[in-house]
Design a protein around this ligand. Structure first.
Ligand code: SAH
Length: 240
């Protein structure tokens, strides 16, 4: 008798192709992850923004991690993405996105595209995301990935995000996903009145403090410390 592989048997039994079956597994793992983020927020006495959670339920994080690590994509920790960089922990992505208070008409800037995952999540909640990545292969790969997955309201550029992106400024929100030694003044300048910036600030070796910077309607800037975090350092472009 002809023997079938396990996947072929699964396909015969359910009528669903194996790759679709795998996508369904990823989707349910993703839903469980989102539930656990909601539960974590509640345990801290906070209410996770349901729109942020809904966005995270749609973005396939497994497509943003190296192929060998797909099965870990829906665990709540950072993962390596090559070039010594990491994709952030999902809980931190949820928290930072929440702090930005994204609105449908907003134009946002991200510094540190990495895998493109955070930009993809944010793109579901705003009009457009401009994202800058200093490591050229990462910028290239994330732009290609976002394009292939249909995130057409994200624009990725290779460069040093310390200087922001003056051509598209001012921004309703700015998210920095690498640890800065200080808040880059060009980014504060490029924030709209009423805008918010989320940025890890601290020593490049240890942990940073996640800061929420707010610019009020009169252009006055205030800052709040949210929680300790650990991000890869914000690096600077080599200059002659
Ligand atoms: N947001 C990413 C994770 C970022 S990891 C994601 O969702 O996958 C931090 C990224 O910031 C790294 O890819 C690093 O190369 C990049 N980075 C560091 N310094 C930078 C700078 N000055 N300008 C732009 N990107 C920078």
């Amino acid at each position: 008798m002809k023997s079938f592989g396990a996947l072929a048997i699964l396909t015969l039994a359910t009528g669903i192709p194996a790759h679709t079956e795998r996508e369904l597994d990823y989707a349910s793992a993703r839903a469980r992850l989102v539930d656990s983020i909601r539960g974590y927020a509640r345990s801290m006495g906070a209410r996770a923004d349901p729109r942020v959670l809904a966005a995270m339920r749609t973005v396939p994080r497994h497509q943003f991690v190296p192929a060998g690590q797909r099965d870990e994509a829906y665990r709540d920790y950072p993962l390596p993405i090559g070039e010594g960089q990491t994709i952030s922990q999902p809980t931190i992505v949820a928290m930072m996105t929440h702090l930005l208070k994204p609105e449908p008409g907003d134009v946002m800037l991200e510094v540190g595209t990495g895998s493109g995952y955070q930009a993809a999540v944010l793109s579901r909640l705003v009009d457009h995301v401009y994202s800058i990545e200093i490591v050229e292969p990462l910028a290239r790969r994330s732009a290609k990935r976002l394009d292939a997955l249909g995130y057409d309201n994200v624009t990725v550029q290779h460069g040093d995000g310390y200087a922001g992106w003056p051509a598209h400024a001012p921004f309703d929100g700015i998210i920095v996903t690498a640890g800065a030694k200080h808040v880059p003044p060009p980014l504060v300048e490029q924030l709209k009145p009423g805008g918010r910036m989320v940025i890890p600030v601290g020593s490049s070796l240890g942990t940073q403090e996640l800061k929420l910077i707010m610019k009020d309607g009169k252009g006055r800037v205030t800052s709040r410390t949210i929680t300790p975090v650990r991000f890869v350092p914000l690096t600077r472009e080599e200059r002659d």
